[in-house]
Ligand binder design. Structure first.
Ligand code: ADP
Length: 171
């Protein structure tokens, strides 16, 4: 059961600007940087992030690993690897839920209380946003006990609308 104090919110923002205990990165399995939100996080955090990631020896789809945030306002970055959308019959939904669940679990192990998630897998990896949003929200509601605030950081107004509707329970 989620804690009664857990605050969920959707925000239209660049995740690299958010001042919270950890931001989540939608990385690729090499963890050595890529485009999209991954590229933005590496640019903002500076080259020390790449060095820290190199020492992690990659990350499997659905798993999560932690680094410091370096030059970011966020103290830590949780790197998770979302599934590539292949039509929906390759365990994509389960793997996407695992990204959120394992990120929360890792944050909890490090006593991090405020987190921000991007819309994992819905960019280059092609997961339809209208299917990803309820998975993200359900998983965070189920596994978010003990956190103070969890932000769904939307980079587009279309994503923001999806999250606002889902949070209001209309979708
Ligand atoms: P993936 O490969 O997991 O699909 P992408 O980075 O391509 O990852 O896209 C994931 C989501 O991150 C998309 O919704 C994209 O619009 C969003 N995004 C891209 N840049 C940023 C950013 N600076 N802050 C927050 N979200 C971002």
């Amino acid at each position: 059961m989620p804690s009664p104090s857990l605050l969920l919110r959707a925000l239209h923002a660049d995740i690299t600007t958010l001042d919270c205990d950890a931001i989540v990165n939608a990385a690729n399995s090499s963890l050595l940087g890529g485009g999209g939100v991954d590229g933005a996080i590496h640019r903002a955090a500076g080259p020390a992030l790449r060095e820290a990631c190199r020492a992690l020896n990659g990350c499997r789809t659905g798993e999560a690993k932690l680094t410091p945030g370096f030059r970011l306002p966020a103290r830590y970055v949780i790197h998770t690897v979302g599934p590539i959308w292949r039509g929906g019959r390759q365990d994509e939904a389960t793997l996407l839920a695992a990204c959120y669940r394992n990120s929360l679990e890792l944050a909890r192990q490090h006593d991090l209380r405020t987190l921000a998630f991007p819309c994992i897998s819905t960019g280059v990896y092609g997961f339809p946003a209208h299917l990803a949003t309820p998975i993200a929200l359900r998983t965070v509601r189920e596994h978010g006990a003990g956190f103070d605030e969890i932000t769904f950081c939307c980079f587009s107004t279309a994503d923001l609308r999806l999250y606002e509707a889902a949070l209001a329970g209309t979708k």
